[in-house]
Design a binder for this molecule. Sequence first.
Ligand SMILES: NC(=O)c1ccc[n+]([C@@H]2O[C@H](COP(=O)([O-])OP(=O)(O)OC[C@H]3O[C@@H](n4cnc5c(N)ncnc54)[C@H](OP(=O)(O)O)[C@@H]3O)[C@@H](O)[C@H]2O)c1
Length: 286
Amino acid sequence: MRWLVTGASGMLGQDVVALLRSRGDEVTAAGRADLDVTDAAAVDARVAGHDVVVSCAAYTAVDAAETDEAAAFAVNATGAALVARAAARAGARLVHVSTDYVFDGGATAPYGEDAPLAPRSAYGRTKAAGEWAVRAECADHLLVRTAWLYGAGGPCFPKTIARVATERGGLDVVDDQVGQPTWTADLASLVVRLVDAGAPAGTYHGTSSGEVSWHGFAQAVVGAAGLDPAIVRTTTSEAFVRPAPRPAYSVLGHDALAAAGVEPIGPWRERWDEAAASVLGVPVSG
Ligand SMILES: NC(=O)c1ccc[n+]([C@@H]2O[C@H](COP(=O)([O-])OP(=O)(O)OC[C@H]3O[C@@H](n4cnc5c(N)ncnc54)[C@H](OP(=O)(O)O)[C@@H]3O)[C@@H](O)[C@H]2O)c1
């Protein structure tokens, strides 16, 4: 099987490439410098000859997208459409990664895979448009929504929290947004397992199970960094305003994985305990 990974230098892309290479699979790792997904001719030429395309390229600057939605749309919607069209032409399976930001965050029970899309941010709108493009352009797609990603290969919440906690000795973190912290290595494994299993085309949720607030996750991070979790104080989204609205409730259900017989990622806390040393790059407290 010949794999192409777009956005291969990103936080998720790096882990997908590393996993595939560790198995001895044939992988073309295309970072942005190798393949700009907004360049239709380049996309066609790159996708040809591959059996599976894992689309990790995205405009992920959630706040910047509020003032430059066109730039986000070019990558997250137009780029997604071009990759999907090229995959269909090449007869390749497409794995496309999307986000919890396509939902409004107002639910009180986990979002099902077929819950209505109602993005509240520019980034979310462009990712929702990308989902529609993928469905329209490439029938053989695995659309995998994820959320609250952290990993060794990029800037992420745990790294920021550990740094700030160490520097300042205390910090305020919102406790009115809940979600499912998800390790990029776990999502990479899920993507590969979905393809290996020949899972039916459709939409899947690739997040850890359970739920926690950013405050609760920050406490787990600070504990792993060897500091007292009590130094993490609570604040609210109202007091900590950012340009793009954040979903209050970002918990995704995993029914489609169960129906396909594919093992979900597992509880967020267990997965964090497993991930912490490699993500923080230091030995962690047990
Ligand atoms: N991080 C999260 O918490 C989160 C949550 C939900 C969903 N997701 C989704 O998960 C996927 C992976 O995200 P990530 O966290 O790995 O993001 P990331 O680290 O920002 O990686 C995205 C990669 O795409 C590249 N890229 C941007 N524009 C491109 C273009 N025109 N052509 C080709 N490549 C381009 C970026 O390159 P540059 O760095 O050079 O711009 C970057 O290497 C994305 O689809 C994202 O929407 C992420």
